[in-house]
Each structure stands twice: as C-alpha cells, then as structure tokens.
Write a protein that binds this ligand. Structure first.
Ligand SMILES: NC(=O)c1ccc[n+]([C@@H]2O[C@H](COP(=O)([O-])OP(=O)(O)OC[C@H]3O[C@@H](n4cnc5c(N)ncnc54)[C@H](O)[C@@H]3O)[C@@H](O)[C@H]2O)c1
Length: 263
C-alpha cells in the first residue's frame, strides 16, 4: 500500500511548474501526476524533460504531464506558456515557481559580481517568479475557486552561507514577495506560500556541490544525519497545494532536516 498521503483535492487540478525537468521540480511533477493532477511543466532542458516524461509514462495510474520548452528568463516566452496553459486547461489551480540556477553556477562571490552577472542572477533568481504569478493570477481570480502559489526559497541567506550573495538575496526576497502577494491576493481566496529547502541531494547537488567535505558540514549542521531527498520537499509542496492547507497563506516552510528549522 502507498505509504504517503493521497489528496483528493489535487485530482484533476491544473498544476504549472517551472524548472520541472530535474531535481525538486521533477520530483514535484511526478508526485502531482501520481495524485492525478493535470501537470504542465516548463524547462529549458528538453533532454531531461523527455527522460522525465518517459519515467512517468511507466508509472501505473499516474496522469501524464505536458512539457513546454521555456527559458524562464525570457519573459515573452514565459507569458506565452502561461497563456497557452490557461487557454488549454481553462485556468491554473496551482503554480510552483521552482526554476533557479542551483549548483556550482550560482556561486559568484561579491568581488566578482558585475552589473551584467547581477542582472542575469536576478532574472533567474526571482524575476520570473514575480511575472509568472502576475500572468497566472487573473485566471485564478476569475474562476473564483481559490488557487495556490508556491515559491521556492532557500535557507542559504538564513544560515547564512557566504559565496553566493545574489542567489541568497533573491531567496530572501522570495519570503518578502510571498508575504506581500499573500496579502494582495487573499481577497480572491488565492493562497501564496514559500518552501525553503536546506541541502537537498538532487543529482546536480551530488555532481557539483556535495564534495565529501561539504557533505560532512551538512551532516554536522543538520539534526537528521542523512541526505534530504527531493521527494521529501515535493511532499510539502503537495500539502501546500491541496485543500488540506486551506487556511495557510503568507507562510514559509523550512524543510532542511533541522539545520535552521525556521525563518
Ligand atoms: N537542491 C537544493 O539543495 C536546494 C536548496 C535550497 C533551495 N533550492 C531551490 O529549489 C529549487 C529547485 O532546485 P533544484 O536543486 O531542484 O535544482 P536543479 O538544478 O536540480 O533543477 C533545476 C531545474 O530548473 C531548470 N532550469 C534552470 N534554469 C532554467 C531556466 N532559465 N529556464 C527554464 N528552466 C530552467 C533546469 O533545467 C532543471 O530542470 C530552486 O528554486 C532552488 O533554488 C534547492
């Protein structure tokens, strides 16, 4: 028997996920499909997206997601993907603003930041979260059936970690944006929360960041002395998307094995 929760309120819901081809995004795509949700995911890696589509096709009973190629830093394309999703499915019930430049590429120390790298890092760090919410909100509002927006943050600014200041400031901003959007959209019944992961053992983290030394640091800092897996983050995302969390908005939930534990 399945060990984890089934959420009847997620069945048939339209869920839009950015950066859904790998890591936490891919785990989320899979778990929403297992719940019978109607998932549309955006990513700029077609190869990874195809591998995920093939994987989900082999899961008995899972709904099949749709993939749209999109670089989320291209706002025209992002808006087009939102409009096509809304036109095809009649609206979006759940938006997971997940894409980011995780791994080694996010590490640019303050001394090395240029106006160009700053703009680039802000564009992938937070700009698309704001504008995709803006694009999707009218459909949630018009349908009057509520809606759940989930923004991906990180504990990095809260620890705090040195060496990736622009990534960190974007992730701090996610908490503020979540609170202000929750206030702004609460009158329409739309909830906005953020999920704040610690060190999550995605394939990219294992390949690029989790050296033996760094893993030892993580294990010393966490209360749980084991790797935190992408699906453990995705299970929190399911809860925040489902009606089970109907009174929760403006909140940020840490899932870090007990490193900082709160925001
Ligand atoms: N893994 C961790 O330890 C960790 C910790 C804290 C926060 N987070 C956050 O969780 C979220 C997911 O991170 P992850 O570790 O799963 O990342 P990942 O690198 O494993 O996956 C990111 C996905 O986003 C896609 N992507 C990246 N840039 C894109 C772009 N410009 N346009 C479209 N798609 C793009 C990638 O192709 C990939 O499929 C991010 O917001 C990240 O900041 C991750």
């Amino acid at each position: 028997m399945e060990k984890y929760a089934t959420y009847p309120s997620l069945r048939g819901k339209t869920v839009l996920i950015t950066g859904g081809a790998e890591g936490i995004g891919a785990a989320s795509v899979e778990l929403f499909c297992r719940q019978g949700s109607n998932v549309v995911f955006l990513d700029y890696s077609t190869t990874s997206a195809q591998a995920l589509l093939a994987k989900i096709q082999s899961i008995p009973g899972a709904a099949q997601p749709s993939f749209m190629h999109c670089d989320v830093t291209d706002l025209a394309r992002l808006k087009e993907c939102a409009a096509q999703t809304i036109a095809k499915h009649g609206g979006v019930d759940v938006l997971l603003n997940n894409a980011a430049r995780a791994g080694a590429a996010s590490r640019v120390a303050t001394a090395d930041v240029t106006p160009e790298s700053w703009e680039d890092d802000i564009n992938i760090g937070i700009r698309h979260q704001f504008f995709l919410t803006q694009a999707v909100l009218p459909s949630m509002r018009e349908r009057g059936a509520g809606g759940s927006v989930i923004n991906m943050g990180s504990i990095t600014w809260r620890i705090p970690t040195a060496g990736l200041p622009v990534y960190a400031l974007c992730k701090a901003a996610v908490v503020g944006m979540t609170r202000t959007h929750a206030k702004e959209f609460g009158g329409y019944g739309v909830r906005v929360n953020s999920v704040v992961p610690g060190a999550v053992a995605t394939q990219r983290q294992r390949d690029e960041v989790m050296t033996e030394g760094y893993r030892a640091e993580v294990m010393a800092a966490q209360s749980l002395k084991r790797d935190i897996l992408p699906e453990e983050v995705a299970r929190l995302i399911l809860f925040l998307a489902a009606d089970d969390s109907s009174a929760i908005t403006g909140s940020s939930y840490v899932v870090d094995g007990g490193w900082v534990s709160d925001i």
